[in-house]
Write a protein that binds this ligand. Structure first.
Ligand code: ADP
Ligand code: MG
Ligand code: MG
Length: 904
């Protein structure tokens, strides 16, 4: 027997259910579920994704037995509706709709009104007494069939419609008369004849079979592939096909069609919202071709329908325990639901909805925490226009604020140009269109932001923008865009392609010119509630990498529980300090070095005091100087050039004075070159750096420790609590640590005695060399804490330079699947993490309470954070901006470890 490839639904029952999304696609599974719930869904059936995959695998041959199952299901629909497919006296019309497992808005193709031909149209007129309706449906079928199934471009059809609108002097297709529509149908058939070289198929079954094949084929269409690529959806899932009894929103003013979200998709507010049109069908609402009405108006226009719809929306939300995005049609006062799915939303809305669903008791707090992707938190930190920038620019237009964030760029009126300007010229681009279509997605993804002159909150532009976190303003009707002329008018202002423009997706404002952006503070009441729950669930601590008090303060505001890494060398690079640092490095006189080091002390002390104040009561890990010294000096090549230059100048010198001056400079440059030359190494990253510096120049690290402890004494006298942790970098042998610690401990004790203050400090080391990890048992004798420097540890474990990795062979390695991902972005679980795990176990043998953590890029990467959680580390440390992301990731990791999963 052939596989069951067709699943019926409708009339309060169904073969399928919501859990069958793999087989029935999202649309089909939810139509079945709604039907089971007794929600009014027009009768229909779903052809499985398995059938699609088999069709695609067999070069476009329908699986055997499939069509017989389709015909049987059609007969069931006929019984359910009392109509007959292809029968002019009482015709059943159907839609043929794509529907993959994951919703891909507008990506796949749908054909409505299948079953119409000349005779059936006449029958329809008799039946409804509405000639306009019958021809309106017929012309829609021919156009959709022509474009989707026969591959004809949209333009010839649109041209015919435009000419008729012009002749009639109307704006919208809805105002065309039955005579217009009748003549349009004839012209459309002619377009089919000329472009596809076939007669428009009049047999209902032929229409359905051809449409089914076209939906299957559309799975491999370019725009579907592009979308899947961008949204990370596998290419082998296939799409289901849904055949659904047509219900008519275009049967006069008592009929309507619309889309709605059970909550506001931009802010998350718990209010039903949507758009609809009376006397319209299907795509009219999302296509943005006619101005839609807000759902609110339906309340006045059709109160009973509105109330029923509101009840269904609430019920669906409760049933799915998630915000729903629904499509509905009203046929002469009767409500039908055509689709429901999880609604796409902005990051802000995602957080608010998760929190409010939990507070309503529909989901648990654990689920709420699992429902927000850590990356979404980044959108809370999306750039915004500074108040000053806004004050200095006039708002030239306003539209709907459908996707928050500020974006500024040069205007591109077409998606290909937008993509080219971004990819080839690295320009910041705003894509500006009358409305967007599925073919525009590549340009939308490339652009910084999206601006349209028509379309509502549920338009294609709004949906795609929200999904990808692109700032967007839609429906800015003051914009008069002339794509052909590559310019637009906003009142009297002309804006040409390539001119700068700025949009604020949070407010819906449009500005001429380029506005400056700033990163906002996160002060969102729902986010803080969600983060509060996350903090209750996580085990792993979160600290920040911060070198300056400002960063530390920001990190603390974002919830950092300490500083996991302060890099002290940044302080040496500051312009007023660099000459002293260079003197310290280049001098051969111990006295001069001493003096140079001493003059750096007050700077360092102030740096540290600032950090301690900002982190009052929280631990601050300060890493002693790490980079190779040549990084502080002019380059060898530069000095060589300078020397040659000076020698030429001396031969051309005019006066003795001049010669003398140049000679002095010459000897200075020569001695610098000598020193730089003597510091030159073949492999500086494997050279004189890290702890090796402290061993060769103990004055330097001694000074740093003095600065740390003096600063701690200073702020504790002010009444703050300083908790310094002094960290020694690049240890590979326990003796290095023992030697340095002796010297530094002595200095620390001396300072505390001088100051008469006790400071609770600790000594520890970075683990960034495999040998250190392998000997952690010995190292732990001298280290009270270990911090894995996973950037270097990855570099030294793989023997791959992290500085060249991203431009060199690593790219190929990832493309070819030799490496599953970039180990500098996501911790290598099998290798690097294994070394870490060994080190932690060994270190705890010596010192059970030893503190362990990670600093480095991995500390802010959700997948790596989960690995660190499993390793049982005490904390991760990441950049201040990623602290909230790390907190959420740590909570999710803890919840998953105990078996919680987000069922949605
Ligand atoms: P998409 O996946 O692009 O949303 P759909 O299959 O949902 O495509 O259909 C496109 C439009 O046509 C939607 O507005 C939908 O509500 C409408 N539609 C689909 N089937 C029917 C039907 N049987 N009767 C009336 N409208 C329909
Ligand atoms: Mg569609
Ligand atoms: Mg739909």
């Amino acid at each position: 027997m052939a596989n069951k490839n067709v699943y019926s639904f409708g009339g309060g029952k169904a073969d399928g259910k919501a859990a069958m999304k793999n087989l029935l696609g999202g649309k089909g599974a939810n139509l079945a579920e709604m039907s089971n719930l007794g929600i009014p869904v027009p009768a229909g059936f779903t052809i499985t994704t398995e059938a699609c995959n088999s069709y695609l695998a067999h070069g476009g041959e329908l699986p055997s037995g499939l069509w017989e199952q389709v015909l049987a299901a059609l007969r069931t629909m006929e019984q359910e509706t009392g109509k007959r497919f292809g029968d002019p006296s009482n015709p059943l019309l159907v839609s043929c709709r794509s529907g993959a497992k994951f919703s891909m808005p507008g990506m796949m193709d749908t054909v409505l009104d299948i079953g119409l031909n000349d005779e059936v149209t006449e029958g329809m007129i008799k039946l409804t007494g509405n000639e306009r309706f019958a021809f309106d449906s017929y012309r829609r079928l021919i156009q959709m069939f022509g474009t989707v199934v026969l591959g004809i471009r949209d333009e010839p059809f649109e041209d015919v419609l435009a000419r008729h609108r012009e002749n009639r002097g109307v704006e919208s297709d809805a105002d065309l008369t039955e005579d217009d529509l009748r003549s349009i149908v004839a012209k459309f058939k002619d377009i089919v004849r000329r472009h596809a070289r076939i007669e428009f198929p009049s047999d209902a079954e032929d229409q359905l079979r051809m449409a089914t094949r076209a939906v299957f084929d559309s799975w491999n269409g370019k725009r579907a592939r592009d979308y899947r690529q961008a949204a990370n959806i596998p290419h082998d899932l296939g799409t289901a096909v849904n055949v659904v009894t047509m219900v008519y929103g275009n049967l006069g003013e008592g009929s309507a069609t619309g889309v709605a979200m059970s909550r506001n998709a931009t802010t998350g507010e718990n209010l039903l919202e949507g758009d609809y049109l009376t006397n319209a069908q299907g795509e009219d609402v999302v296509a943005g071709t006619r101005p839609t009405k807000p759902l609110e108006e339906l309340k006045a226009e059709m109160p009973a329908v509105y109330e029923q719809f509101e009840g269904i929306a609430r019920r669906l939300e409760k049933h799915y325990r998630e915000m729903q995005d629904m499509e509905f049609t009203v046929e002469r006062g009767e409500l039908w639901i055509l689709q429901t799915r999880t609604g796409k939303r902005t990051a802000q809305a995602a957080v608010r909805i998760a929190v409010e669903l939990a507070e309503q008791g529909l989901i648990t707090r654990e689920e709420a925490v699992l429902r927000v992707a850590p990356e979404q938190i980044e959108f809370f930190l999306h750039p915004q226009f500074s108040a000053a920038a806004k004050a200095g620019h006039e708002v030239i237009a306003r539209g709907l604020n459908v996707s928050p964030g500020a974006a500024t760029g040069v205007v591109a009126f077409d998606p290909d140009l937008a993509a080219r300007w971004v990819e080839q010229d690295g320009r910041a681009v705003l894509l500006v269109r009358p409305e967007t279509r599925p073919d525009d997605v590549h340009g939308m993804l490339a652009a910084r932001g999206i601006l349209t002159s028509s379309g509502g909150r549920t338009s294609h532009a709004a949906l795609v923008a929200r999904q990808f976190g692109k700032p967007a303003v839609v429906g800015a009707s003051q914009l008069d865009i002339d794509v052909g002329a590559r310019s637009m008018m906003v009142d009297d202002l002309e804006i040409k392609e390539g001119d700068w423009l700025s949009i604020d997706g949070t407010t819906g404002e449009v500005f001429a010119g380029e506005l400056e952006t700033v990163v906002p503070d996160i002060e969102d009441e729902w986010l803080s509630r969600l983060m509060g729950w996350a903090d209750e669930f996580r085990r792993l601590g979160v600290r920040a990498n911060a070198d300056y008090p400002d960063d530390a303060a920001r990190a603390r505001k974002y919830g950092a529980e300490g500083i996991g890494l302060c890099r002290t060398e940044h302080m040496f690079f500051e312009t007023e300090r660099l000459p002293t640092v260079q003197r310290m490095i280049t001098t051969r006189s111990p006295a001069e070095r001493r003096e140079a080091v001493d003059s750096l002390l007050p700077f360092q002390r102030e740096d540290f005091a600032g950090l301690f104040r900002a982190m009052d009561g929280l631990p601050v890990i300060i890493r002693l100087i790490d980079p190779p010294l040549h990084e502080f000096l002019p380059s060898f090549e530069e000095l060589t050039r300078e020397l040659a230059d000076l020698q030429i100048r001396i031969t051309n010198a005019g006066s003795l004075d001049e010669v003398e001056g140049i000679t002095a400079k010459l000897s200075e440059t020569r001695s610098m070159l000598d020193r730089v030359g003597s510091l030159r190494e073949q492999n500086p990253m494997l050279g004189l750096r890290g702890v090796r510096l402290g061993i060769l120049i103990p004055e330097l690290t001694r000074m740093q420790v003095r600065a740390v402890i003096e600063a701690a004494c200073e702020v504790s006298r002010e009444g703050h609590e300083a908790i310094p942790e002094i960290m020694i970098p690049l240890t590979s042998h326990v003796n290095e640590l023992r030697r340095q610690r002796e010297v530094l401990e002595e200095e620390a004790r001396a300072v505390m005695e001088e100051q008469g203050v006790e400071v609770a400090y600790q000594f520890g080391t970075m683990i960034e060399v495999p040998r250190a990890a392998l000997t952690a048992r010995q190292i732990a004798e001298y280290a009270e804490f270990l911090s894995f420097g996973t950037n270097d540890l990855t570099q030294t474990t793989f023997a791959m330079s992290r500085d060249d990795a991203e431009s060199g062979f690593l790219v190929r390695y990832i493309q070819d699947g030799i490496l599953p991902n970039n180990p500098f972005a996501t911790l290598d679980e099998d290798g690097v993490a294994k070394i870490m795990s060994f080190a932690v176990t060994e270190a705890r043998e010596t010192r059970p309470t030893i503190e362990t953590g990670v600093c480095g890029e991995h500390g802010g990467d959700p997948a790596s954070i989960a690995i660190c959680d499993r390793l049982g580390l005490d904390y991760v440390s990441c950049s201040p901006y990623r602290v909230p992301i790390a907190r959420l990731s740590a909570a999710q990791s803890a919840l998953r470890a105990r078996g919680d999963e987000n069922p949605a």
